[in-house]
Design a protein around this ligand. Structure first.
Ligand code: PLP
Length: 459
């Protein structure tokens, strides 16, 4: 889109009346579907009834729906969205100048709400459906705290109680996250904790552990299944979360189409895959149908390399091995990554639909070490005026590398990336980067093997 990209403003905003009123379900467009969840006891695909004790009913239906490509966004959720959406699509003119690249760089900024990330898109939906079902209480886990913050806001809005199991190392790195969640009325418990059986077991086996998302998930599920009025909700990985996040991609496509812009490369950071999946959703459907040849790139931390060094296998979603088995790229539910500042990218597995698309060659992945990611974050902050979340900075680093390739080849590619959130609660991380104290631990093959050894023995 070399010619039409002239008159593009710094920020492309959609009007409220232009907001998408349906989510996009990428699985409906996939020729080969991701494999269904498998019940660990029977070895058979999970049906609705298997999932209802843990998850809200409407979310289970969305999770199992592989046929409807568009799903209506209820009015109550749309109203909530209007508090912070549509989000801006920014043309990174200043960054292009700094990088001295002929590439045209765009980013979709999801940090314009107090939770600081895209997570509110799914939190709003999940809290709404829980309330509609007559539940009174939700449990969840949070790694870096963005999901817990977003869900706290949504639960306050819809009038639900919330208990958040927060990965212990993150709660220590980000004490103010806890205060934010408590401000919205949530109860925050550092995980692993002695409030659950699985937490006690993990603590006795690994005293002094900093915890992991997988541990926190097990604790939150254990509490949820004990009560009729309580369910467990998850902020990433699952297909219904990716569905809710498709609002990011739908808005982006509407905004780009307005200016005749067609991305050549789309880049997103990948923890459990929800923002990346949401951003690429409508574009990926077009690619599957042969209507574009966009390069999709997932960027993950070298410390938790689910796509780049993981296995495509059936695995549990949690360390306690209580969830259904999910066919996904994984480093094993027993893998505990080294403490890493990009806390939101430390999950062991990856969304099943994205995993399938990656496996089938529709997208690629790369990983970066922390210090390279923070160097990119700082450079970006200094010219674009936004302090990025460390998670988001993985996508920034990915975009830098693509833009610098264009500098070498002279190509004027249109590069789009997802800027998922802001880093105001990540000052400890920025500080350790500035003081040169940031570690770049990358798991050895032996470390990874320990995680793979925890994969269930099922063919
Ligand atoms: C949680 C989080 C991520 C990673 O989660 P995905 O499900 O992979 O999108 C990325 N960026 C931010 C700011 C987050 O909070």
């Amino acid at each position: 889109m070399k010619d039409t990209a002239f008159d593009v403003p710094y920020k492309i905003y959609l009007g409220e009346h232009e907001m998408p009123d349906k989510w996009h379900n990428i699985r409906a467009a996939m020729k080969e579907k991701p494999e269904p969840f498998i019940h660990p006891a029977t070895g058979k695909p999970c049906v609705k009834d298997d999932l209802l004790p843990v998850f809200c009913e409407e979310l289970v239906e969305q999770e199992l729906n592989v046929t409807d490509e568009y799903i209506n966004i209820p009015d109550e959720i749309l109203s909530f969205y209007k508090m912070f959406r549509p989000s801006p699509l920014v043309r990174a003119y200043c960054l292009e100048k700094v990088l001295d690249t002929p590439a045209k760089i765009y980013y979709k900024f999801e940090g314009n709400n107090t939770s600081g990330s895209h997570k509110l898109n799914s939190a709003a939906a999940q809290a709404y459906y829980a309330k509609k079902q007559g539940l009174t209480h939700l449990t969840t886990e949070t790694g870096a705290g963005q999901w817990g913050s977003a869900l706290s806001m949504a639960c306050a809005y819809f009038g639900l109680e919330l208990t958040v199991y927060m990965v212990k190392v993150s709660s220590e790195q980000k004490p103010y996250r806890k205060v934010l969640m408590e401000t919205y009325g949530a109860k925050v418990v550092p995980s692993p904790s002695d409030t659950t059986e699985i937490g006690k077991k993990i603590l006795s086996e690994n005293p002094g552990t900093g915890g992991s998302l997988g541990c926190a998930v097990s604790e939150a599920i254990e509490i949820a299944v004990k009560s009729q009025k309580c369910r467990y909700v998850l902020g990433s990985v699952l297909n219904h979360v990716l569905l809710h996040q498709s609002v990011i991609g739908l808005e982006t496509k509407l905004a780009m189409d307005k200016y005749g812009l067609k991305p050549d490369v789309i880049i997103g950071c990948a923890g459990g895959g929800s923002n990346l999946g949401g951003l690429i959703s409508p574009y990926m459907a077009d690619k599957i149908r042969g209507n574009n040849n966009i390069e999709f790139i997932a960027v993950e931390p070298a410390s938790c390399p689910s796509f780049t060094r993981g296995k495509y296998a059936l695995d549990f979603g949690d360390t306690g091995q209580t969830t259904p088995l999910i066919k996904m790229y994984t480093v094993g539910s027993g893998f505990i990554p080294s403490p890493n500042h990009a806390g939101g990218l430390r999950y062991h597995g990856m969304n099943p639909a994205l995993s399938k698309l990656y496996h089938d060659g529709y997208m690629t992945a790369k990983s970066y070490i922390q210090s390279d990611v923070f160097a990119a974050a700082e450079k970006f902050a200094r010219c674009e005026g936004i302090l990025p979340a460390p998670e988001s900075a993985h996508a920034i680093k990915g975009a830098f590398d693509e833009a610098l390739k264009c500098k070498e080849t002279g190509e004027e590619k249109v590069i789009l990336f997802g800027l998922t959130g802001t880093g105001y609660f990540d000052m400890t991380a920025y500080q350790s980067y500035h003081e040169g104290k940031m570690s770049d631990s990358v798991p050895t093959d032996e470390d990874l093997q320990k995680g793979f050894n925890t994969l269930p023995n099922i063919s």
